[in-house]
Design a protein. Structure first.
Length: 204
């Protein structure tokens, strides 16, 4: 009884790497001349074509017997399967004109510019599906009295995504005019209606 080793070739689809190939069952029993059996430490599968593969997949494989004098004698095994596991390489993507929302604002406030830019990294299926309601920034104005400030918005993105870079610094002017209760509620409603359920970094 000898362990099975996968033989493969081909270039995976862009953005993917091979994590592992597991052969099931992992061993095969063969019969043949002792002089040919003794040097063997493993058996190879016939070549598995990985060309342009972009997802984890199971394939039926055949054993490549090194001599016509060998015979497979496994009983009750109809076929061998290769469990091919791929991993997606993280992708990087720039998002321009990301909106900024105020939180806990007591006063009429203005910012310039009104948007900022993010450079994000994460799983391709997540990053490539992001839209304008999944990525945004917030400014918590709870402790800010009237005056002018230089601010860095807090980016809010899905948990699986990392923020590599953000720019520019935002100029904030907090005026002495207080917001009405209706205006405060409207500011909070705008943030609450956004769709990112698992922000990064996680809320404390």
């Amino acid at each position: 009884e000898l362990p099975l080793q996968a033989r493969y070739s081909g270039q995976l689809g862009a953005g993917y790497l091979l994590e592992q190939i597991e052969i099931v069952p992992p061993t095969a029993r063969i019969r043949g001349p002792k002089r040919l059996l003794d040097p063997l430490s493993q058996l190879m599968t016939r070549e598995i074509d990985l060309n342009n593969l972009v997802s984890t997949i199971d394939m039926i494989v055949k054993i490549d017997l090194p001599s016509q004098e060998f015979q497979i004698v496994n009983q009750g095994i109809d076929y061998y399967t290769a469990h091919i596991t791929l991993a997606a390489l993280p992708v990087k993507k720039r998002f321009d004109n990301v909106p900024i929302y105020f939180r806990n604002s007591e006063y009429v406030s203005l910012i310039n510019p009104s948007t900022f830019n993010l450079f994000l990294e994460g799983p391709p299926e997540v990053v490539n599906s992001l839209n304008s309601s999944d990525v945004y920034g917030t400014l918590d104005l709870l402790e800010y009295v009237p005056g002018s400030y230089q601010m860095t918005p807090k980016p809010v993105v899905p948990r699986q995504v990392s923020v590599l870079q953000q720019w520019p610094i935002i100029s904030l002017w907090v005026k002495s005019t207080q917001l009405s209760d209706a205006e405060k509620k409207e500011n909070e409603r705008l943030v609450e209606e956004l769709t990112t359920p698992y922000p990064y970094p996680p809320e404390p």
